[in-house]
Design a protein around this ligand. Sequence first.
Ligand SMILES: [Fe+2]
Ligand SMILES: [Fe+2]
Length: 612
Amino acid sequence: MTVLKQIRNRASNVLDMLANELIRSEGEGFGKTPRKLMKTKMASPEADVKRLIMTANSLEDIWQFLVERLRSGSEPEFMIFSIVDEVSELFRLRYLALPDTNKNFQGEFIPLCDKSNHFVKTVLRTDTTFTNELIDLGREVLPYLPARSREKENIFSIPLVAGNRTIAVITLGFEALDSFSQAKLSYTYLLRDQLAQVVWNLILQERILNQPQLDNLTGLITYSSFHQVFQKELRRAKFEKYPLSLVLLDINDLKIYNTQYSHQMGDRALARLASIIKHHVRGIDTIARYGNDEIAVIIPETDITCVVQTTEALIEAVNEPHKSVKPFTISAAIVTYPNDSLELDSLMQIAENTLQFGKHKSDETRSSSITLATDLAQASDQDRIEVFTEQIARKYGETGSELFETLMRRIEKDAQLENENLMLETVASLAGAMDAKDKYTRGHSQSVANYAVALSHAVGLLPAEVEKIRLAAFFHDIGKIGIPESILNKPGPLTVAEKEIMDQHPVIGAQQILYPVTALRDIVPLVEYHHERWDGEGHPARLKGENIPMGARIVSIVDAFHALTSDRPYRKAMPLDQAMAILQEGAGSIWDPNLIQKFSDLVQSARCAITV
Ligand SMILES: [Fe+2]
Ligand SMILES: [Fe+2]
């Protein structure tokens, strides 16, 4: 500590002592209050507080009472009422009164670890504290004070103490220390113990009302409480300079799991995941239900290697067979402060992006996976676009994994008209057929569906139309079920005869497979015409321009894009720029030029949007 600081500290201690002396002596001789103040009913504080205890319903009532009493006569330059939030370890500024105006602070706070702050000093000393430096109040307060108060002030903070600790602080700022200000300080000082009692009751009441909401199924805190804890932990991590990790865990394909087993089984899986996590993390870690099928864990003061080890142990436990829960897999995403980002919002966004990215891995391997934000940082543009479009699809529609539920809903609606069992069987076999196809086809259908939703939204189509296009995109190649494997997976170019067979897949899919299912009849033209060309040179109907249904034109573009950017039996995946160049070249001949423009913009924004 520098000599200057030592002198300053000693001087400030002396000032605090003087302040307390001043208040106490004035308090004892309260009867000597100047005549002018006597008129302002300040002479009977005990009676005042008794009335207050009977009537106050909120902290604001306390504040109103104080302002009313302290404003009479010559009023302080400013008055501040704050409470100590032990749960969040914050000093929360609540109310402010300036001459003639009352204001509420907008959620400003000072971390209790900031021991150089005047308010925090008051909290720790549990005794009246003095300063004449406005800056000591913290930068959070200054913008609220009028310019004329920005010079030197006589600032006193009187703590309200309950159970030996400070629970709230009343701060008064005076331009001059005269008999008026002394009388007001004495008044507040005299009331402090009784005020503390009523304030403590009201703080407890507030706490009960704002208690973290617990999720019924898992017993974990809910998303909104999670957000508060994450804010607090991040502040602490910044202040104490230690790493902080956020792990998002998500049950893979929960919708399919629910459909396959039951919703009750899905709930059991989620509850089991929650209980496994509870057994694997420490008391200082926080577990929350983050979303429908997601759980978040906040892990402070821990090296990333340990966080990964804990997550691996979790996955191992999930993989162990359980007598009353069917097996399920999870995707885990890990982000860490300060490595991945310094800010809360971006940490959460990166965590969600990383989770989406990791789900692709799980989709491919059908097993649980852990993905770090750094994995996403190293991802290719193609992968970023996949993640981006899947997010749009999630936001605006449903993704491939939720198709079964949507289909079932459609079927249920139609069930009154048709033979319900037959319809369900047909759809179940359709879904099964899609699932049984090779890995490429399965991924292709889902990606094309996601891209189609993203492009449909970019065009501004209505939700019902988007859903139709999504289903059509998912089933666009269903007719390939009828094409021999030797042609489908041929490594070289197709002969004319083979091409003729291959070209039948839109009609087989539309007319033979989808048309009999009433619930899917509206997507038949979209599937049938997904190989038509803008210039009328496509197949099977040689439709031209806008005669081709919009949904079919959209599917045609995103189908080509995904085909170009993925490995095929006869060639390797093409770099993104090359694929986009091919699409641009075909604008106006193969594809709708307006839609190509929209798609190109979408790809550009996707490249920028998913960043780490
Ligand atoms: Fe096709
Ligand atoms: Fe296709």
